[in-house]
Design a protein around this ligand. Structure first.
Ligand SMILES: Cc1ncc(COP(=O)(O)O)c(C=O)c1O
Length: 407
């Protein structure tokens, strides 16, 4: 049977996991493999006991039924309370709970994209923004962040590009910001966010801020939410339990859509309908995340311990990477990724894909190539493992670069 597939499955890929089959094969053949490709905190920091207890309690009390499609009321209440920290006064209907930020991305692209519409991303971007957009027939439009300026957004060229597009820019359905940023670890300053709000306002573009790492901030940086600066400009904030509440496998995310404008109202309605189509989310997970947010004392303890450990690991890895004469490294202050740039002119690699594939085969260290993030000369390290593992792996990567330097 031909012609049954209307959407091209080629877009439905995950480049962060691309080398997994090779890693498994090497591992089966007895090679020591160190995986630095995936940002999965519970693999290194057990989900806090009080959250697990809440999950088990929900199961034991029989909470195994369908729950409110747009989000369990207890969880929605907890999210509303959480956003007071950013001086946001939300209504319960401003919150839609989803199966991770991943499902929120499906909802957003489904609601907004018609064939040929554009989603504006800033490179380097989280790779999974692309398939969600393309599955719905959308096309990525890419602005740039500049590594040499500590990953500042190149707002001048972005504004020029938008101006040049003229009426064509009406097909730009959103601009996506990731803050704290994956893959660079950048935490956006308030004035940088204000500049992006201004661009969005001038061009009539909806802003989306993926803030899934908003509590994983260190080295003295302070996080500002888009909600604190967007004012009347239509915006959506994405967040969830995966990283801040150390529970990627619970699959709980949420969208906050606070505006009173027509776009926000219509998005809330659409998202609510999409939520009804899939009936319910995992009910015990939602009880557990509601408790995770409500029990501020336990959460404060857990998150401060995790962030302190993460900052030590990231800072250690950055120092080790700086021993490598063939890469440049910027300092992350949020999330747990490092995004060094390879000095391709001095190295024998054909690009970051060649680099990460050969690095895995020869050293057993699994990295993610920058080509996946729209920055072809970089690579990403998820610096979650303990310092000893990072030391072992980065020593290997550094030796591998030296071995492959052009003479
Ligand atoms: C920036 C960003 N957004 C979204 C996700 C996925 O989130 P979730 O587990 O809530 O689907 C990730 C996961 O690494 C991420 O880094």
């Amino acid at each position: 049977m031909t012609g049954i597939f209307s959407k091209k499955s080629v877009y439905a890929q995950n480049q962060i996991l691309e080398l997994d089959p090779l890693a498994e094969k090497l591992s089966r053949n007895g090679k020591k493999v160190v995986k630095l490709n995936r940002g999965d905190p519970p693999k290194f920091f057990p989900t806090p006991k009080y959250i697990i207890d809440a999950y088990v309690k929900a199961l034991r009390s029989g909470a195994t039924y369908y729950s409110r499609a747009q989000g369990l009321p207890e969880l929605v209440e907890a999210v509303v309370a959480r956003y007071k920290r950013y001086s946001m006064d939300l209504d319960k209907d401003d919150v839609i709970v989803t199966a991770g930020v991943s499902e929120a991305l499906l909802f957003i692209n489904n609601a907004l994209m018609n064939k040929g519409d554009k989603g504006l991303l800033l490179a380097p971007y989280y790779p999974q923004y692309i398939p969600r957009l393309m599955i719905e027939g959308g096309v990525p439009l890419v602005g740039n962040m500049i590594m040499e300026r500590d990953w500042e957004v190149d707002t001048d060229s972005l504004s020029r590009k938008l101006k040049k597009m003229g009426h064509g820019r009406q097909r730009i359905k959103y601009m996506m910001i990731t803050n704290p940023h994956n893959p660079t670890g950048k935490v956006f300053e308030r004035n940088a966010l204000e500049d992006l709000v201004e661009i969005a306002n001038d061009n009539g573009i909806l802003l989306i801020s993926d803030e899934i790492y908003d509590e994983i901030v260190y080295n003295g940086k302070k996080f500002t939410s888009l909600g604190q600066v967007a004012g009347d400009v239509p915006h959506i904030i994405l967040n969830g339990s995966s990283k801040n509440f150390d529970s990627t496998g619970f699959r709980i995310g949420f969208m906050v859509i606070p505006g009173e404008d027509k776009v926000s109202q219509s998005l809330r309605e659409k998202f609510s309908q999409y939520a009804l189509v899939r009936l319910s989310l995992n009910t015990p997970s939602q009880f557990a995340v509601a408790e995770a947010m409500k029990n501020k004392k336990e959460h404060e303890k857990a998150i401060s311990q995790m962030v302190s450990a993460i900052s030590k690991r990231v800072n250690f890895a950055v120092e080790k990477l700086r021993e490598n004469p063939y890469i440049t490294v910027t300092q992350p202050n949020g999330a747990f990724y490092i995004f060094p740039k390879l000095d391709m002119k001095s190295l024998k690699f054909k690009g970051s894909k060649d680099f990460v594939t050969r690095a895995l085969m020869e050293t057993g260290v699994q990295l993610t190539g920058g080509y996946s993030f729209g920055s072809p000369d970089n690579f990403r390290i998820a610096a979650l493992p303990p310092v000893e593992t990072l030391e072992y792996a980065i020593d290997k990567v550094n030796e591998f670069c030296i071995k492959n330097a052009k003479k």
